[in-house]
Design a protein around this ligand. Structure first.
Ligand code: BG6
Ligand code: BG6
Ligand code: GLC
Ligand code: GLC
Length: 895
């Protein structure tokens, strides 16, 4: 009986599956789903920490903003050189993104060459490493016959953690993997690269973008699959990036849209967050690495370390007599003798590869030893894919939460030797991710052509932005003035919350619907002239009668009472003329100055603008002032039902023809815009944009030139309406005069002869800009216009004057375009639309009479708000008709 027992015990010992003992030995590396969920939740918490300004400094996972704001859209184009440093190979490439080929058309051609990096450079000085990089680049350009004279735009994939103040800057936070180069930490890698390129010489290269390999991978895959919003590397190192909502990234200003965040998840656990998952083998790998204590997660996952983990496990097991009968070879004791490629190979091809690899290490493995060592490899690489799955699940969960979705359809772009060469790795990873996130539809796409394609796409976007900025150059004429051109100021200005655009509510809730009927009076003050108008809305057509009255300067700048008495007198004359003096007509009053309205028929003048400066009006209700003047006159009566800004009047009048008209713009004596805002966005019902005031708080400082300063100082409202003073008819001529004066003083114009005429404010009216800039005008005619103005010059002088006029009016149109773009894009975003189709009603002499203003305005809006289709509709009858319409709408509501 005992013998039977002994024999069966002996057999059971003999037959014990060698994988079992490995399982027992590596118990801590075999992660169950609950543990993965736990790790995933810890990583989610780390991500939050890294994004928030308060906890960022202490966060192990850095969550670095990349300035990449969108995945490719297929419009990228150009030819680029690319550098790819930080993976297992250093490569130089040529990437051609073909025009109009777009997404899914495979429009990218690539040629590449790998340059070995000598071992000593991995741990040498930064200057030496970058010299090697730039010499390789030069070699590549020569080999490909790429002309040294031509400027080559360059994209740089640099696969280390960097902070990016901009797309073309990368401050290295720390080295990792197999690099530890002196003198670069905390510095800009692009600067180093540029300097090295200068040292190497004979190359003209423009470094446009530096990107992490994860970002480049996301972009590469995003070119073929627009759902690709995550980039993942499982190679020498490991890391992931994804598209985060801008509002969650404290380190970047702005709330709208998304930005790609490089998580640098390799550092997960550096603060102890994974302490209960770390084994002695992990500790040993860490201790022997170039960066002990750093990149904890990476060292459990990536190709640089998997072979080493297997070696340490096998060594330990051998030492404990669990393998090779307790025999240990010198090779097995040597760091690096088992590579990650070995790990992959051992899991393939039965046990043949395992046996060969072990024999190569001067070991004599039994078949069971081979099974056991193969199983060690499986457990180590399985743990790796499980950990990556946990990290990825955290990222996908976050994206899903950000977007408030239950399910999510998303693509993950993946690259790296482990993922690409390990036979079972991808399958295992995909399976676990899908098991842990059953509601998400996750597609994994291998980045077939490497990260340089994606880096080139980022560079293409950077290049497009630069060229757009160039196109939208707001200060063309800065040639004459040595001041830098910083258009960003405008965008920032328009976006900045502290800026002085008053958003005044207009109490106009609806655009007209065509059912308006009846006879209305419209009064229109604030443009070039005062107008009185009778509007008769009938079923079939609308009839208009009007009369124009000029307002003498002394009235514009006299007392309020005089001004309103004058208006009453004009209205009286008009009613006389129309034979309507005895009817109490409902009236709409277009008053083209900033008013704080508390209702549709009351409005306090905030401040006079343009040429007006009548006393005792600011802070007063202008409707009451008009009513009182009418009472004083005691000859007629009016029922003033609506007070309307000209922009609102213009919008209403155009909306009568086209219901898509939801923006009104004036480019005339003054400059202003209004739009239909979502009521929920209006705090205290503040609305109707008064953008003329933008810049009052110096937020246009970068754009304002000395000429603008002169114009402002000599205006009736210095320091006010700064934007208007750069963009509207009342001031453009004056800006031109200031430039001409300066050029003449410098001896560049009119033979340096400063005449009294040139010194006279206001002589150069904006209408002259319109005439001089006309394409049909010969230089001699320009010269004769100048002569009429008392400015006697040569034809060369005329060329310069024409250029100055062009630059000033172009800047005005571009600035209005930038503002308009901001407004229409805001409307689009508020409505959550991919594209917006909208009509803008426009009026004003500058828009209507200047030969190029309208075109430049339109082009600028096109460039700066590419997702909006904007139709400009010139208002036919002026804003008076709109005011009458509003009066009609109000009247009908009351009935
Ligand atoms: C490549 C990228 O495709 O993948 C590299 O171009 C990146 O920049 C690499 O680092 C990751 O893989 P590995 O295995 O080479 O480190
Ligand atoms: C008119 C409006 O159509 O356009 C005015 O009725 C407005 O109220 C004007 O001010 C703007 O043009 P300008 O060039 O006369 O200032
Ligand atoms: C390392 C780097 C990281 C890179 C990754 C993959 O983790 O820190 O920037 O993305 O390796 O190459
Ligand atoms: C001025 C006024 C504004 C008006 C604009 C256009 O900017 O302040 O109310 O809309 O001129 O006339």
């Amino acid at each position: 009986m005992l013998a039977v027992h002994l024999i069966s015990f002996f057999f059971s010992k003999l037959k014990e599956d060698p994988t079992k003992k490995v399982d027992r030995f590596l118990h801590a590396m075999r992660l169950q789903d609950e543990q993965l969920v736990d790790i995933s939740n810890r990583f989610l918490a780390e991500m939050k920490k890294g994004l928030s300004a308060e906890s960022l400094a202490a966060a192990a996972v850095k969550m670095l903003p990349t300035h990449v704001r969108s995945t490719p859209d297929g419009s990228e184009k150009g030819q680029f050189v690319a550098l790819d440093l930080g993976g297992s190979k250093f490569k130089v490439l040529r990437v051609k993104v073909r025009e109009d080929e777009g997404i899914n058309k495979g429009g990218v051609e690539m040629e590449e060459k790998t340059y070995p990096i000598p071992k000593e450079l991995h741990e040498g000085r930064a200057v030496e490493l970058f010299d090697h990089v730039s010499e390789s680049l030069k070699d590549f350009l020569l080999e490909k016959n790429m002309s040294p004279e031509k400027k080559h735009p360059l994209a740089f994939t640099f696969s280390f953690p960097c902070e990016h103040p901009g797309l073309d800057q990368g401050l290295l936070l720390s080295w990792c993997k197999n690099y530890k180069v002196r003198g670069l930490q905390g510095k800009d890698v692009v600067q180093f690269l540029r300097q090295a390129i200068d040292r190497t010489g004979d190359m003209d290269v423009d470094v446009l973008a530096v990107v992490n390999d994860t970002v480049a991978t996301m972009m590469t895959c995003g070119f073929d699959d627009q759902c690709c919003e995550v980039g993942l590397i499982i190679g020498t190192g490991t890391n992931a990036c994804y598209m985060e909502e801008l509002r969650h990234i404290d380190m970047v200003q702005g709330d709208e849209g998304r930005m790609c965040v490089n998580t640098e998840w390799g550092a997960f656990g550096d603060d102890g967050a994974l302490h209960d998952f770390i084994t002695d083998f992990d500790r040993d790998v860490d201790a022997a690495s170039l960066n002990p204590g750093k990149q904890t997660f990476e060292k459990m996952v990536s190709g640089m370390y998997l072979g080493e983990l297997v070696r340490l496990v096998v060594l330990k097991m051998a030492k404990l007599g669990l393998l090779f009968d307790g025999h240990v070879s010198d090779a097995l004791r040597t760091k690096g003798k088992i590579t990650t490629a070995d790990v992959a190979a051992m899991e393939e091809n039965g046990l043949k590869n395992t046996k060969e690899i072990l024999t190569h290490l001067h070991l004599t493995p039994s078949p069971d030893d081979c099974v056991a060592v193969q199983h060690v490899s499986t457990i180590v690489s399985f743990r790796s894919s499980n950990l990556v799955a946990a990290g990825l699940v955290a990222i996908l969960t976050r994206i899903r939460q950000n977007r408030n979705l239950r399910g999510l359809r998303i693509t993950v772009g993946v690259d790296g030797t482990v993922y690409k060469t390990h036979p079972q790795y991808p399958k295992r990873l995909h399976k676990v991710v899908r098991r842990l996130l059953p509601d998400c539809h996750v597609r994994f796409v291998l980045s077939e052509c490497g990260s340089s394609k994606g880096a080139a796409l980022v560079a293409a976007v950077a290049q497009r932005l630069t060229s757009q900025r160039r196109k939208v150059r707001l200060l063309d004429f800065i040639r004459f003035r040595c001041q830098e051109n910083r258009e960003e100021g405008l965008e920032a200005g328009l976006k900045s919350k502290g800026c002085t655009i008053k958003m005044l509510p207009s109490f106009v809730y609806h655009t007209p619907d065509g059912t308006e009927r009846g006879k209305y009076l419209a009064l229109d003050l604030g443009g070039t002239n005062f107008r009185a108008m009778l509007v008769r809305f009938k079923r079939q057509k609308t009839r208009l009668y009007h009369k124009i009255y000029t307002i003498p300067l002394e009235i514009m700048q006299g007392t309020g009472e005089e001004l309103f008495d004058h208006l009453a007198q004009c209205v009286c004359d008009f009613l006389d003329y129309m034979g309507l003096k005895n009817v109490r007509l409902p009236a709409g009053f277009t008053f083209s100055f900033p008013c704080q309205q508390s209702d549709i028929d009351t409005g306090t003048l905030v401040s006079w603008t343009k040429g007006f400066k009548a006393t005792d009006c600011e802070g007063e209700d202008v409707v009451s002032m008009l009513r009182e003047a009418i009472k004083r006159r005691n000859e007629f009566d009016l029922d003033i039902v609506a007070l309307v800004n000209d922009t609102v009047g213009t919008m209403m009048s155009c909306a009568y023809e086209d219901p898509k008209c939801e923006v009104g713009m004036i480019a005339g004596t003054g400059s202003n815009l209004c739009y239909m805002e979502e009521l929920r966005n209006i705090e205290k019902l503040e609305q109707s944009n008064k953008w003329g005031g933008l810049g009052n708080d110096r937020c246009l400082e970068d754009i304002i030139t000395l000429y603008d300063v002169e114009v402002d100082i000599h205006s009736v409202n210095p320091g006010k309406q700064r934007f208007e003073k750069l963009t509207s008819g009342m001031y453009l001529g004056e800006i031109v005069r200031q430039v001409l004066l300066d050029l003449t003083r410098r001896g560049l114009l009119f033979k340096g002869h400063v005449t009294e005429t040139l010194k006279t404010p206001g002589i150069f009216e904006t209408k002259y800009l319109s005439q001089i800039e006309s394409d049909h005008l010969a230089l001699l005619q320009v010269r004769s216009i100048l002569q009429q103005l008392g400015l006697h010059g040569t034809c060369d002088d005329s060329i310069i004057v024409k250029e100055v006029c062009g630059a000033v009016s172009r800047r005005a149109a571009q600035m209005c375009g930038a503002g308009m773009a901001a407004v229409v894009d805001k409307i689009r975003e508020d409505r959550g639309l991919e594209r917006l189709s909208i009509t803008v009603g426009v009026d004003g002499a500058l828009y209507k009479l200047h030969p190029h203003f309208s075109q430049v305005l339109k082009e600028t809006v096109g460039v700066m708000a590419p997702q909006c289709d904007v139709t400009f509709m010139p208002s036919e009858e002026g804003s008076g008709k709109g005011a009458a319409l509003i009066a009609a709408v109000v009247r009908q509501k009351l009935r």
